[in-house]
Design a protein around this ligand. Structure first.
Ligand code: MD3
Ligand code: FE
Length: 205
């Protein structure tokens, strides 16, 4: 386990043995709530294709960012969070000292070559004391981890298939991003990278 900041931890290869099952579940989720490019307030598109599972889903459109109970594409509830997803996220969180983590959303991001995610902060969750658990699958990506201002210096970490990062406490509001994906190949995902982020929105149903 590598401590990458005050309350952030990188665990290399932690979910390698669960990768097959995770990818099978991702396929199932995508078959009911497909991956889609989300629009932003300004009419741009978020680069990564996204979908969600769990009680809530993160969505972006011309009205802005928010969590929604319904998938706007299907007008149905998001697919349930597989029991195995939730158990894994809770166990990983507690392994670095974040006990009682109860994620109610898993955002699934799909990256293809040249697609990245610009520096941003995650602040759509109400309870910032809760951590975020992030799982990387497929083609590796370079993660940028900055400070509390956009202009702060960033550090770089390679996130490879099977890696887990857990961010909590003060580090929740750090700027972060993903560099455009380099052309690569992974036997289980082809040219694609998947990232799963587990969060507790703090929303009440
Ligand atoms: C650091 N996703 O979905 S995951 C996102 O790989 C997002 O798809 C990236 O940033 C991805 O919002 C990075 C790691 C991550 C997630 C949330 C964080 C890092 C974080 C919140 C605070 C600090
Ligand atoms: Fe983020």
């Amino acid at each position: 386990m590598i401590k990458i900041s005050d309350q952030s931890y990188l665990v290399k290869g932690a979910i390698k043995t669960q990768a097959d099952e995770l990818l099978t579940e991702i396929d199932r989720i995508i078959s009911s709530s497909p991956l889609r490019q989300m629009q932003t307030k300004r009419g741009h598109y978020v680069g990564a294709k996204m979908t969600n599972c769990g009680e809530w889903g993160w969505v972006s459109d011309k009205k802005g960012y928010r969590y929604s109970r319904l998938d706007p594409l299907t007008n149905q509830a998001w697919p349930a969070m597989p029991t195995m997803f939730k158990a894994l996220a809770m166990e990983l969180a507690s392994s670095v000292g974040f006990d009682h983590f109860q994620p109610d959303v898993c955002l699934i991001n799909q990256y293809i070559p040249k697609v990245g995610m610009g520096l941003h902060q995650d602040k759509d969750e109400h309870d910032l004391s809760q951590p975020i658990v992030s799982l990387s699958l497929g083609v590796p990506a370079i993660f940028q981890f900055g400070g509390f201002k956009r202009s702060d210096q960033v550090n770089y970490h390679l996130l490879e298939h099977g890696d887990v990062v857990i961010w909590g406490g003060i580090d929740r509001l750090r700027f972060h991003g993903i560099q455009p994906l380099k052309l690569g190949h992974h036997p289980q995902t082809g040219q694609t990278r998947y990232n799963l982020t587990f969060r507790d929105t703090g929303n009440i149903i």
